[in-house]
Design a protein around this ligand. Structure first.
Ligand code: TXA
Ligand code: MG
Length: 327
């Protein structure tokens, strides 16, 4: 059930959350599958609805930094700086976990991921609810993240109390995850806040690759459409193979089988449309999707990361046409 975010519906959603039910919640990045972050039963329900392995910890969402006191033990100086600069907004911080946080939220880790979303509907819901909300992206495990209320209901409708309609997500890719408890600033997941922006506030950062132990959600295969997707350098290299769909960064025609992320070549615009277009192409009846890599800077890094994780392999154009190779 998709509901407009009227104050009455926000109250209904908060009531459902208090009963331990789950609610589709818009955020500026992607829609979340929200549940009471301090209620182990509600958290277990999130894992069940998503079919998510329980070793993959969740992010706790708060209305403001003041609400962290009950859920983290301390906030290191660099984290404070980053919070001042980027909260509310699409940055998730890894902090020492307070023992009051259910173990299921953190998958037994001694840290907890926290984020303060800036979407007005998420803010309203958090304030009405009055506590932290655990919210993974509202998609079945490993699948594309939803950036529209309809996408949440398509896959999870019937299992959740409601989805609050917050419109299309402003950013379109998930939050950047940073761990700055130690000496350096470690980026565990590329995302909505670019490395360039982070470095302006926190100095040099390090991107941690293949970080499946600390953050199991960084698995190599994730964010995947059902149709096999192959990553290529340029779609313009040759005509699409018969029956194939294409995802271009900025060039060429746009139609049902061929989407262009941003004809102006704007990486922010491209991020906004990424998951929605992949979802459309997944449904257009194509035998495979060829997707073009975008420039590796700013939000482009997060887009390429998602495309790589969505892919089954790479495609290159040669004398014999497109050659596909598996990952
Ligand atoms: O933009 C977002 O962050 C969205 C919206 C809904 O807020 N949420 C989201 O949640 O992307 P999810 O569950 O799909 O991804 C959370 C990631 C997972 O990959 C998980 O492994 C990692 O955060 N994570 C959670 N707790 C962690 C911890 N204590 N240490 C390291 N990684 C953690
Ligand atoms: Mg996710």
């Amino acid at each position: 059930m998709i509901l407009p975010p009227s104050s009455e519906n926000i109250s209904r959603a908060a009531d459902a959350l208090r009963r331990g039910e789950c609610v589709g919640m818009p955020t500026e990045t992607v829609y979340g599958l929200a549940g009471d972050g301090m209620n182990p039963v509600a958290v277990a329900r999130i894992f069940d609805i998503k079919k998510r392995p329980s070793f993959d910890p969740l992010i706790l969402h708060v209305a403001s930094a003041y609400d962290l006191s009950g859920i983290v033990k301390s906030v290191p100086e660099t984290a404070q700086k980053l919070m001042q600069r980027f909260w509310p907004g699409p940055l998730t911080l890894i902090l020492p976990r307070n023992t009051s946080v259910p173990e299921l939220v953190t998958a037994g880790l001694d840290t907890v991921a926290v984020r303060c979303p800036d979407h007005p509907v998420a803010q309203d819901l958090l304030r009405h609810f009055g506590g932290p909300l655990a919210a993974p992206s509202a998609n079945p495990f490993g699948r594309l993240s939803p950036t529209l209320a309809e996408a949440v209901e398509d896959e999870l409708g019937g299992k959740i109390a409601m989805t609050l309609d917050g419109g299309a997500c402003r950013v379109g890719v998930e939050s950047t995850i940073v761990d700055c408890r130690g000496a350096g600033v470690n980026v565990l997941r590329l995302g909505a806040v670019s490395l360039e922006e982070l470095e302006r506030t926190a100095g040099p950062v390090q991107v941690i690759k293949n970080n499946t132990l600390v953050a199991p959600g960084m698995l190599e295969n994730h964010y995947a459409p059902r149709t096999n997707l192959y990553l290529c350098e340029s779609l313009e290299a040759g005509p699409l193979p018969p029956g194939a769909a294409g995802l271009a960064f900025s060039g060429g025609p746009a139609n049902r089988q061929r989407k262009v992320l941003s004809s102006a070549g704007d990486l922010r615009e491209a991020a906004t449309f990424l998951f929605a277009f992949l979802r459309d192409l997944d449904r257009c009846g194509a035998t495979l999707i060829l997707a073009e890599r975008v420039p590796e800077l700013g939000l482009g890094r997060a887009i390429n990361d998602r495309l790589k994780k969505a892919s089954t392999g790479t495609a290159s154009w040669g004398a014999a046409g497109w050659v596909l190779s598996q990952k």
